[in-house]
Design a protein around this ligand. Structure first.
Ligand code: BES
Ligand code: MN
Ligand code: ZN
Length: 500
């Protein structure tokens, strides 16, 4: 799909979209199309109790009068004009793309001038609209045979966005397009089946994707991890036929001696639970237990793509959690790289064991100013927040606030949970420094976060529990169902806050 911006656009073919605000207020573009068609839009609005311009609403008029080149006019609801922010603009673009896919449109033009009263700049609105359309156009069909592919929905070959500020829009869109590339990498990783995506192939794919971006890559294999004393991560990996890997991605966009930000991801390429085996129902979902590692990989691609002026370390712990004659047992005691010992009471609480060693390694090796980890860590976060917000845990109020603000701006929303010594004590253990689970049914997401906190020292740190937001069972405006890449847009925005 070729996306372009123009001051005026006379659609020569295909679908024409115009904006309608809540209450049926037509944008300038909508008014001119209404006039050109002899009042078809106004008439459709009169009768259309189902369309009043609310955000998310659309109405399609086929074969508009006196516009022979246009196959359909799409009325795109944008809601209350004063309320339109970047996230809402992107959502509108995504909703439009869903209609275009349904119409199998080959070409589309959107008149993206807003009705009066918006505080968003025209160029920003246009760029965000295009961004949302691009994000929604994603599909994962790598494993469909050719015949099936042929009837898959294909995005239009061209999308023209008409705006008062095409130059500004183009410039804004350049960075957004780079972020979309990162989002698509993450979604590709999340979608892939666990027989094909495992630590070794994960590293190979991401390495290939990041070739010629300027990102430096380093991989720690099992031998190196053993030498470093990473007994927590290695314990998880020992039941799998696939050896584990830690992948470090380094983007040096900032000043030479400036301490980096660090982003760390849980990359369990399949989580069977290990000997504490999960039930069969929905076990296939655990192919996306590498969602955090997927986000880190996509984020690095996005940052390099838009040449972010900041130093960032991306680190991912890649393992498969399987039952086996050699698998870790409930009751095993392992020693982490930090020296702290852990009694593994449940082999299904494996993500925290993986992150314990990666967090410690990153802290010791790179001395980052901030560490943010992402992990599909607990089912309990889904009980608490469902699939809308991700859980946020942090030892630093300023960092937590910044992440919440980025969440709002990008529509990838976060809800902060407490940390407290009282929760920490729930991990105390008779035989080792800690156990890897708290009491059953009590604050499961918090005790998981408290466990991680024991491996970050004094570093400013935040943990995002993305178990509920990594995969979507339904289409959302900018996210087709499946792998969401939740976290890439959010952390890209957060990183941008450090660029001056
Ligand atoms: N990967 C799971 C968490 C998860 C559950 C992610 C559902 C996505 C959807 C994690 O490794 C896990 O199994 N956590 C256990 C922890 C428990 C044993 C303390 C859980 O949430 O049940
Ligand atoms: Mn598990
Ligand atoms: Zn897991």
């Amino acid at each position: 799909m070729k996306i372009s911006f123009a001051e005026v656009a006379e659609p020569k073919a295909g679908v024409l979209a115009v904006l309608v605000a809540e209450g049926g207020t037509l944008s300038g573009g909508a008014q001119s199309i209404d006039a050109a068609t002899g009042g078809q839009i106004a008439r459709a609005l009169e009768n259309g109790a189902s369309f009043s311009g609310k955000a998310g609403q659309t109405l399609v008029l086929a074969a508009p009068h006196d516009l022979p080149a246009v196959s359909h006019v799409v009325l795109l609801g944008v809601g209350k004009v004063a309320k339109i922010d970047s996230a809402a603009a992107a959502d509108a673009g995504g909703t439009l793309m869903a209609v275009l896919l349904g119409l199998k449109a080959k070409a589309a033009t959107v008149l993206a001038g807003l009705p009066e009263g918006s505080k968003l700049e025209p160029g920003v609105f246009a760029a965000q609209l295009a961004y949302g359309a691009l994000l929604r156009s994603y599909a994962f069909d790598n494993y469909k045979s050719k015949a099936k592919k042929a009837d898959a929905a294909v995005p239009p070959a061209s999308l023209v966005v008409a705006t008062e500020g095409p130059k500004h829009a183009r410039k804004q869109f350049q960075s957004l397009e780079a972020v979309a590339e990162g989002v698509f990498l993450t979604r590709d990783l999340v979608w892939q089946p666990p027989n094909l995506l495992y630590p070794e192939t994960f590293v190979a794919q991401v390495t290939k994707e990041l070739e010629e971006t300027g990102i430096e890559i380093e991989v720690l294999d099992a031998k190196k991890m053993k030498k470093l004393g990473m007994g927590a991560l290695l314990g998880v990996a020992q039941g799998s036929a696939f050896p584990p890997a830690i992948m470090i991605m380094r983007w040096n966009g900032g000043k030479k001696d400036e301490a980096p930000l660090a982003v760390i991801g849980k990359g369990v390429t399949f989580d069977s639970g290990g000997l504490s085996l999960k039930p069969a129902a929905s076990m296939e979902d655990m192919k996306w237990d590498m969602g955090g590692a997927g986000v880190v990989s996509g984020l690095m691609k996005a940052l390099a793509g838009r040449k972010a002026k900041v130093n960032v370390i991306g680190a991912i712990g890649l393992v498969e959690n399987m039952p086996d004659g050699n698998a870790q047992r409930p009751g095993d005691v392992v020693t982490s790289m930090s020296g702290q010992t852990i009694e593994v009471l449940n082999t299904d609480a494996e993500g925290r064991l993986v992150l314990a060693d990666v967090l410690w390694y990153v802290k010791e090796t790179y001395k980052p100013t901030h560490m943010v980890d992402l992990a599909t860590l607990t089912g309990a976060i889904i009980v608490g927040l469902g699939h809308e917000y991700a859980g946020l845990f942090s030892n630093d109020d300023k960092l937590a606030k910044a992440l919440e603000v980025s969440g709002k701006a990008t529509g990838e929303k976060l809800w902060r949970f407490p940390l407290d010594d009282a929760y920490d004590r729930m991990l105390d253990c008779d035989i080792a420094d800690m156990k890897n689970i708290g009491p059953r049914g009590e604050a499961g997401s918090i005790t998981a976060a408290q466990f991680l906190k024991r491996f970050v020292g004094e570093t400013k740190w935040a943990h995002l529990d993305i178990a509920g937001t990594t995969w979507s069972g339904k289409d959302k405006p900018t996210v087709p169902k499946g792998g969401t890449a939740f976290g890439v847009r959010l952390l890209d925005d957060w990183v941008a806050g450090f660029e001056v």
